[in-house]
Design a protein. Structure first.
Length: 173
């Protein structure tokens, strides 16, 4: 005859469940508790994601709104120089011309600080359709498809063409 004590333990070495563990009401209560914990964790994570998304949207809106702030700040001295020139209507032509050159240097410096760079190809430079716009093709004593003259400078902003340079191009011979 075999007694309870002589039964071999199962392979995992577990003991038999207690009466409390077998009670379905305890299992349901335990599962409901876990469900409540998981629901709470889910709602907290969802709220956190919504907060992060809202903050990101606010940051993007601020960035768009104030994107030109540094550029506008760099343009203020140029505006001041132009207003000073207007304020002196009796100035000599030489003085006005000197002021115009100084204002142009201020403007060029402000553009450069804001990564706006001139496209001004020299004669003989190979025509680049990404940076140049050919206005006409003219006969010239240089290689075909090269720049002959620049009619209007172009500009890049952070390596993107803001305005292509308007050029005439040498015709094939």
């Amino acid at each position: 005859m075999t007694t309870e004590n002589s039964l071999p333990p199962d392979a995992a070495g577990a003991t038999e469940p207690t009466a409390a563990e077998l009670n379905p009401e305890n299992k349901i209560a335990e599962l409901e508790g876990r469900l409540a914990e998981m629901s709470d964790a889910y709602l907290r994570a969802k709220a956190e994601v919504e907060n992060v998304r809202r903050r990101a949207d606010e940051d993007i809106a601020k960035a768009r709104k104030f994107a030109v702030e540094s550029f506008a700040e760099a343009m203020l001295p140029v505006m001041d120089s132009m207003e000073a020139a207007i304020a002196t209507p009796d100035a000599k032509v030489e003085t006005v011309l000197e002021g115009v050159h100084a204002t142009r240097r201020q403007l060029a410096s402000a553009l450069e600080r804001n990564k706006v760079v001139e496209i001004n190809p020299s004669a003989g430079t190979k025509f680049d359709p990404h940076q140049h716009q050919a206005i006409s093709v003219v006969p010239a004593e240089q290689d075909a498809n090269t720049v002959v003259t620049v009619l209007q400078k172009g500009f890049l902003i952070a390596d993107r063409v803001l305005r292509p340079a308007l050029v005439t191009v040498a015709a094939p011979k």
